[in-house]
Write a protein that binds this ligand. Structure first.
Ligand SMILES: [Zn+2]
Length: 119
């Protein structure tokens, strides 16, 4: 292996783990559960770019089909978007829990400001 490059086998459609030398469809799952490190730590250790794919084509296809079945793309489209100066978003109803949280947070900030002013 050369630093900054991951070994990929076309026939296996798998990536080589540089820690144990075995081949896997998904390196992120493998390094997390077997070696106990995150995929970001693995990337750092072997100089891999964040954009380097570490999931096989087969696995990506499986993920894609599952998300299309679940309709994730529809939920992403329906999410309200925020724009600077747009106040319409405040018209959404907030739950009682959220209102209590916001009230407590407001008083905490106000209290801290008073303490700051005394100093
Ligand atoms: Zn390994």
């Amino acid at each position: 292996m050369s630093y900054g490059k991951v070994e990929y086998d076309d026939n296996l459609d798998a990536f080589k783990c540089e820690i144990c030398g075995k081949w896997f469809h998904s390196l992120s799952h493998h390094v997390h559960f077997i070696h106990g490190i995150t995929i970001n730590e693995y990337r750092k250790r072997f100089g891999l770019a964040k954009s380097t794919p570490l999931i096989s084509y087969f696995e990506r296809q499986k993920h894609r089909e599952r998300e299309i079945k679940k309709g994730t793309f529809r939920r992403l489209k329906s999410r309200p978007s925020f724009k600077k100066g747009d106040n319409t978003i405040q018209k959404y109803k907030r739950s009682a829990e959220t209102l209590i949280y916001l009230k407590e947070r407001f008083y905490k900030i106000a209290k801290n400001k008073k303490i700051d002013n005394k100093n």
